[in-house]
Design a protein. Sequence first.
Length: 255
Amino acid sequence: MTWLGHSTLLIQLDGVNLLTDPQWSFRASPVSFAGPRRVTPPGLRFEDLPPIHLVLISHDHYDHLDVATVKRLGEAHRPLFLVPLGLKAWFADLGITRVEELDWWGSRSFNGLTLTCLPAQHFSGRTLGDRNRRLWSGWAVAGRGKRFFFGGDSGYDGVFKEIGNRVGPFDLAAIAIGSYTPASIMNPNHTTPEEALKVLDDVRGKRFVGIHWGTFDLAEEPIEEPPKRVAVEARRLGLDPERIWLLQHGETRRW
């Protein structure tokens, strides 16, 4: 697993190279001259990617679904895109047709992996007129001997226990730890660092990797704060530090 920044991970499992929510652009925005800008470059140059076979999309917000990046992936790698309901038509408008959409709890096999679309507590929309027209999700990836959980964006919700019971346990869980202030706006849709460790327990995760931080300045908390709070909470809970991965951009770990 390589953390490339924000919610973009390169997962290499059973001969399949997959990306989550790929974002290589300078801004998470519909325009190139305004909007949240990248404060840390991608951990791997796009040109240095291995062949990408599969891409998982959690939802349509600009920091998770970037037009320039998916078009470039479609042209250079021709992967299969797995998306929540409603996004297949969006990809078709870009000329990308190797796309399959799933509802929550729907599953699909791909080259020996089983991919399951998972519930999340979030929302969708890229314009003023399309709010919640498309679904949002997390993903479970089950290989021959390993299981990976990708949380996408979500507020803390009891559904995580159901996920753990139905498709867990997981060898690795990628969970968002940033964009939690102001709480009045962010709390329904994003987990705090402390809640992220509750999600780890709920989904029955063995190892934790913190995502959705340190890449785009999207909220009011200091950009370096989320991993510090995770580390403090992990110590309070008595968790083995080897289980808690707070990575540098571009860092790779075996799981």
